[in-house]
Design a protein around this ligand. Structure first.
Ligand code: AMP
Ligand code: ZN
Length: 467
């Protein structure tokens, strides 16, 4: 039985039942990276959030097409090439490959289509021509601009009125704009800048038209879901709506707009420009990938998420607990063998169906783990609780490794002890106790405790947990 999906729609400002235009084929577009540098953990937030949405939709519908673009022509890329001397093509190739590696490490499934802006210049030019022909855009000094006053409903996504926009504009308005709110569809390139021939001279597209043209090509004029971070609502998504709806004779562009909240550091948005960022790459050197993924799922996607290493430490401890349950109650790894045929438990699915409540889904995994720990000391066959834990975790993109691999992981995590070191200390303590050197045994236990690891002696031996 399928759970009925409900999501918060930025456009209507309320939670609504999800009703795809074509239930036989759900289509979604998420704005991808501008490739000029390594992704930071804030950039990974939408990737993980929309990966969970994609996984959920794939369970509920026969076909889902997920498109996530790569912006490989942009002024930030041009600036990066100028600063470093590295050719633009080399920068974009290197950083998009790094992006794929990092997002794969975080357990994100690849999108079905990953269009690149530079591969769709002809589509962008065609859409701009349509906008000019329909009277929504005009040519001025080698630029093509979208005339915002030509669209009566402009501002419907962000809720900004045109007057507010103009009043809030801090930058000096370019003299060639008819209206201060007008935005660029095409701009001229100098000889050194990347450019393409067009009816308006050699130039390059504006950022917004890239997504409108790529979405139209791969998903059609109207489709179901469009996502990205909160910062994209205005102007990027507002302008995408303006371009697409005006080019398509007013046909609605997207039904459901979903936006993830910011990942912050000390309350401030993590961003390259503020310099307060941690790259996914650096974090993956120090922490297990699943701990990073879990951290991103512990907060509801619309709420702000303040990033700390302490949060990562806690996420790793939660995974220790899950993997402990899997190790203890599925010692032969049967669940892993049948992984393709899993049915996630209804309570986890219900949580996700309620506007992607990953925090609640994780709480339910803990309930299954607790129930498993309470119900059986030793088991040879995985019981229903541990099966539910495993299937629910897999639904969330977790448990991609066997417990042994998790516990033996060489990635220690922060400055704390790795599993291997802990096991070695436990063995040393056992040896000391056998030799009746209780002072040494206690010293080892206290030393572990000082490093956040508590030992528990039971009939089956010594277990440990992080605190
Ligand atoms: P960019 O490469 O800067 O265009 O960003 C790629 C994606 O990451 C977009 O969907 C942004 O909204 C999102 N993003 C950037 N910074 C953050 C952040 N600090 N928290 C959450 N999402 C972010
Ligand atoms: Zn976009």
């Amino acid at each position: 039985m399928s759970a009925s999906l409900q999501f918060y729609n930025t456009l209507t400002r309320r939670q609504e039942p999800f009703a795809p235009l074509d239930p036989a084929h759900v289509r979604m577009y998420v704005c991808g990276p501008t490739v000029y540098d390594f992704a930071h953990i804030g950039n990974a937030r939408p990737v993980v959030v929309f990966d969970i949405l994609y996984r959920l939709l794939r369970r509920q519908y026969p076909k889902v097409t997920y498109a996530r673009n790569i912006t490989d022509v942009d002024d930030k890329i041009i600036a990066a090439a100028k600063d470093s001397g590295e050719p633009i093509d080399a920068i974009t190739a290197r950083t998009s490959q790094a992006y794929h590696e990092d997002m794969t490490a975080l357990g994100a499934l690849p999108p079905d289509i990953e269009p690149r802006a530079t591969g769709h210049i002809a589509e962008m030019i065609r859409m701009i021509e349509t906008l000019i022909a329909r009277g929504n855009a005009y040519v001025a000094e080698g630029h093509v601009l979208f005339g915002v006053p030509t669209m009566a409903s402009y501002g419907k996504l962000s809720g900004h009125s045109r007057d507010e926009l103009i009043a809030g504009a801090r930058v000096e308005v370019a003299p060639y704009k008819r209206d201060p709110a007008d935005f660029v569809l095409w701009k001229p390139s100098t000889a050194e800048q990347p450019g393409w021939d067009s009816p308006w001279g050699r130039g390059r597209p504006g950022w917004h038209i890239e997504c409108s043209a790529m979405a139209e090509k791969h998903l059609g004029e109207s489709f179901d879901i469009h996502g990205g971070g909160l910062d994209l609502i205005f102007p990027h998504h507002e302008n995408e709506i303006a371009q697409s709806e005006c080019a398509h004779g007013g046909r609605p562009f997207v039904r459901l707009w979903m936006h993830n909240g910011f990942l912050t550091v000390n309350g401030e948005k993590m961003s390259k420009s503020l310099g307060n960022f941690f790259t996914v790459r650096d974090l993956l050197d120090k922490w297990p990938a699943e701990a990073i993924r879990l951290l991103l799922m512990k907060t509801h996607y619309r709420a702000p998420l303040d990033f700390t290493e302490e949060g990562l430490r806690q996420a790793r401890t939660e995974l220790d607990r899950f993997y402990n349950a899997l190790r203890q109650f599925d010692p032969a790894g049967r669940l892993y063998e049948g992984a393709g045929t899993l049915t996630p438990p209804a309570d986890v699915m219900d949580a996700l169906a309620d506007d992607l409540n990953t925090a609640l889904a994780l709480a339910r995994l803990h309930e299954h783990a607790n129930a498993a720990f309470q119900s059986a000391a030793v088991a040879h066959e995985p019981g229903p609780q541990v099966s539910a834990l495993f299937a629910g975790g897999r639904m969330l993109g977790l448990f991609n490794q066997r417990p042994e691999a998790w516990f033996k992981g060489t990635v220690g995590g922060g400055n704390s002890l790795s599993e291997v070191e802990i096991e070695a200390q436990i063995a040393a303590r056992l040896a000391a106790r056998k030799a009746k050197d209780f002072k040494e045994a206690d010293r080892i236990r206290d030393a572990l405790k000082a490093q956040g690891v508590v030992l528990e002696d039971g009939p089956g031996g010594t277990t440990w947990r992080r605190v």
